[in-house]
Design a protein around this ligand. Structure first.
Ligand SMILES: [Zn+2]
Ligand SMILES: [Zn+2]
Length: 286
């Protein structure tokens, strides 16, 4: 008899709390934050404040007994020009574990919650993260504070799985899987203007697209998360945006870091981002 296929979990692994100074409604509670995640149908969420760890334990308490797994983490800003990187820890870890990682990266208490971050390069940060047995995912690579400041060679080196486990993409639906062509510029400009509520030059769009296409050529998993905007097109964070973008993960067993790593290793079977699969991917056997 065949065993039932493992279920898909709806996951958002890039979410800010009030511990990030750019979170608009500073009165929001940990309980409201978890409730917003449940209301969005999420079964897994990560706490990824800018260069900070101090809300993690409170969120874990708020999630206790609820049907949602919380992955502690952080979004660390690496050396100039600022590149944002998500670092995820196992579900049984606490704020102090993320604090130890941040301190190893020379991010100390007072800088927390802000965009200050570390003077270390993204490569150094990845190497430190490896010694903490966590997952490393460069954030919104085809967007502001993504990887477009890197040269072709730096990017090729980073996209090797020695350094990172996956990337977060933001704009696949605008570039298209093979990238936009000459003649598409006006349409791309308008789509970006609508998404960002701002003018994004076509030169910048080409740089962002270059990163997306470079990543697509490799075998790195491309994930989507919300980075919870306060409202549509707002760069501030809030409860509204939690789960607005998400990734489906087919976990063999409990949702934890080892099983997430296993799923990323077989991403063609066990991972779907919300551009490729807005709806539940279905329960077909593997
Ligand atoms: Zn960011
Ligand atoms: Zn963020």
């Amino acid at each position: 008899m065949k065993r039932p296929a493992p279920p898909w979990y709806k996951c958002d692994f890039h979410v800010h709390t009030t511990q990030s100074s750019c979170f608009s409604d500073q009165k929001a509670t940990a309980g409201q934050w978890i409730q917003a995640a449940l209301d969005a149908g999420l079964q897994c969420i990560a706490v990824t404040d800018h260069n900070d760890y101090r809300k993690i334990d409170e969120i874990k308490v708020a999630a206790a007994g609820k049907d949602i797994a919380v992955f502690p983490g952080t979004e660390i800003s690496c050396s100039n020009p600022k590149i944002h990187v998500l670092v995820l820890f196992d579900v049984d870890r606490y704020g102090k574990d993320i604090q130890a990682f941040l301190e190893k990266c020379d991010v100390h208490g007072a800088g927390g919650g802000s965009s200050r971050g570390t003077g270390k390069s993204i490569f150094e940060v990845c190497e430190i993260a490896r010694t903490f047995d966590c997952l490393v995912i460069p954030a919104h690579i085809d967007d502001f504070h993504g990887l477009s400041s890197m040269t072709h060679d730096q990017l090729a080196r980073l996209l090797d799985k020695k350094y990172i486990d996956a990337v977060q993409i933001d704009n696949q639906d605008i570039w298209g899987e093979t990238g936009f062509k000459e003649g598409d510029e006006d349409a791309v400009y308008l789509k970006l203007q609508e998404r960002y509520n701002a003018d994004i030059s076509i030169e910048r769009a080409r740089e962002w697209q270059r990163v997306y296409l470079e990543a697509r050529k490799t075998n790195i998993p491309m994930l989507t998360f919300s980075d919870n905007p306060h409202e549509a097109g707002d760069s501030h964070h809030g409860l509204w945006g939690i789960g607005k973008q998400y990734t489906w993960v087919r976990f063999h067993g409990e949702p934890n870091l080892a099983n997430l790593r296993q799923a990323l290793g077989s991403y063609k079977d066990q991972i779907r981002n919300c551009f490729d699969s807005p709806e539940h991917p279905g329960e077909d056997p593997l």
